[in-house]
Design a protein around this ligand. Structure first.
Ligand code: THU
Length: 144
């Protein structure tokens, strides 16, 4: 690890969302990128919702793992997430794409912890605020 990687850890004590995110990742439909991603989010009620990336032969129609988990939460009637975990088989913990950062921000405060992980067990702790500094929100449309 480099000096910049000091927040990345390897722990014997599994994160409570890790198993759910790792399990749903196996269901990803990723025949074009061959890059499977799993996401698990805990809503305010305590319920955990999961999602995986679902690609499409018309490439822009694919959806990310985070988007799937958020859609499942909203479909179940919840709109507040308090924790998130994202996992993929990559050399360093998978960073959510820009669109997913904005999607997470829609349903979580800047303080919400987000754990980025590799299937090898490396984890990086961050937060929605750190992932999306200067986020656009409804206040930016207020002209009164
Ligand atoms: N992907 C996600 O599911 N989440 C992310 O945050 C990063 C990227 C997916 C989208 C696509 O199916 C594949 O990874 C390669 O970009």
């Amino acid at each position: 690890m480099t000096a910049a990687d000091t927040s990345k850890t390897r722990s014997d004590d599994p994160h409570p969302l890790r198993a759910a995110a790792a399990a749903v990742r196996l269901n990803a439909h990723a025949p074009y990128s061959n890059f499977k991603v799993g996401a698990a989010i805990r809503a305010r009620s305590g319920t955990v919702y999961v999602g995986c990336n679902v690609e499409n032969v018309a490439y822009p129609e694919g959806t990310c793992a985070e988007a799937g988990a958020i859609a499942a939460m909203v479909a179940a009637g919840e709109t507040e997430l308090v924790e998130a975990y994202v996992i993929a088989d990559c050399p360093s913990p998978v960073p959510p794409c820009g669109g997913c950062r904005q999607k997470l921000k829609e349903f979580g405060t800047t303080e919400v912890p987000v754990t980025l992980a590799t299937t090898d067990g490396v984890e990086q702790a961050t937060s929605i605020g750190d992932l999306l500094p200067g986020a656009f929100d409804a206040g930016h449309m207020d002209r009164s």
